[in-house]
Design a protein around this ligand. Sequence first.
Ligand code: SIN
Ligand code: CO
Length: 373
Amino acid sequence: LSGFDAANFMRRHWQRKPLLVRGAFATFVDPLSPREVLALAASDEASARLVQRRGKRWTLEHGPIPPRRIKQLPRRDWTVLVQDTNHFSAASQALLDAFAFIPHARVDDLMVSYAVPGGGVGPHVDSYDVFLVQGHGRRRWQVSTQSDVGFVPGLPLKILERFVPEHEWVLEAGDMLYLPPGVAHQGVAESECLTWSVGLRAPSDGEIVSGFLDHLQESPPAPGHYRDRTAGIARHRGEIPPALLAHAGATLRSIRWKERDVGEFMGRFLTEPKAHVYFTPPRRALCLARFAERGARLGVALDLKSRLMFSGRMFYMNGEALLPPPEARAALRRLADRRELPGPLVAGAAFWALAHAWYLQGFVRLHDREQGP
Ligand code: SIN
Ligand code: CO
C-alpha cells in the first residue's frame, strides 16, 4: 500500500473513523475481470447475490446467478456480489496480503461487487470494519456518522430509512476507503465497475458464549446424578423439589475450565471452515518421501481455503487443534503467517509428516512457481 502508514492507521483510524487513501495501490490490477467475477457468481461453489433497485423497491436474489439471468437485466441499477473470492483466486489472496498488518483471525474474506451504472446495495450500516478497494471503473461513496440506523421495513435488505451523507468521494482504480463498524454508507457505481472489499470479522460475545458451551459439551459430562435419599413425603406433587434445584445450581457452579480450553475453543472456532467450504484431496497423492523431496525443492503453500493459526505451542488447522513436535514449530509458524513457504525449503521430518497429512486432506499443496499458492 502506498501513501499509507499502517502503524499510524491502526492508532488513529482503525475501529474509530473512516479514511480515504487516494492511490493506495499505485497500479491496481483487478484480481479477477468482470467476466471472471460473473463466471464465479454463476458457479455453485461460490456464494453470490444479485441486488437490483427499481425506484424505491429493492430485490435480492441468491446465487448461483446464471449468465441467462444476467442477460435479462437492464443497463442500470443492479450489482452482483461474490463472497470469498480469495478461495478461488490466488490473485485475490495476494490482494489480502496488502493487509498483512491485521491478523488472519480478524480477516473474513475478499468480497467483490460488480455493478453497472447506478448499481449498489443501498445505504446501510455494517457491524464489521471494511476496506473498500476500487478496481475497474468509478464508484461514488457517501458516508455518515448519523446515529439513526432505522431501516425500511419489509425489504429483503437492510436499507436505511433516512440517510444523510456527510462526505462523498468518487473512487477510481487503486483508491481505497476504510470504514469502521457502524458508519452508514452507500456506494453507487458511476460507471460499470468492480469494488473489492476486505471484510473483517470479529466474533460477537453471543457467538463466543454459545460456541464455548458447545465446545465444553465435547468433554466428558459430570459423572454424578441427583439423589434424594433424605426426601420425606411430597406435600405438593406439583412443586419442583427445592433440593433438586439446589443440586442443579451446585452442579452448574462446579463447571470449571482452564485458559487452555478457551484457547483451544477459539483456535478451532476461528479456523473452522464456513459451511459451504470443502477441500479436494490430491487426485494421485504422492507418498510422504516423494512429497517431502518435491516440497523441499518447490516449497509448500496452504490451499486457498485453508485457515491456519497458532497460539503458543498449539496450532489450529481448519477447525482442528494440534500440538506439533517442538522442532516443527518454527516452520509451521511461518506457514501460518505467510500461508506459503517457498522453495528451496529446509525442514525436519516432523514438519514433513504433518504437511503430508494435510496435503492428503487437501489443506496444503506443493508450491506452484508460476501460479503461487
Ligand atoms: C458493495 O461493494 O457494493 C458493498 C460493500 C459494502 O457496502 O460494504
Ligand atoms: Co457495507
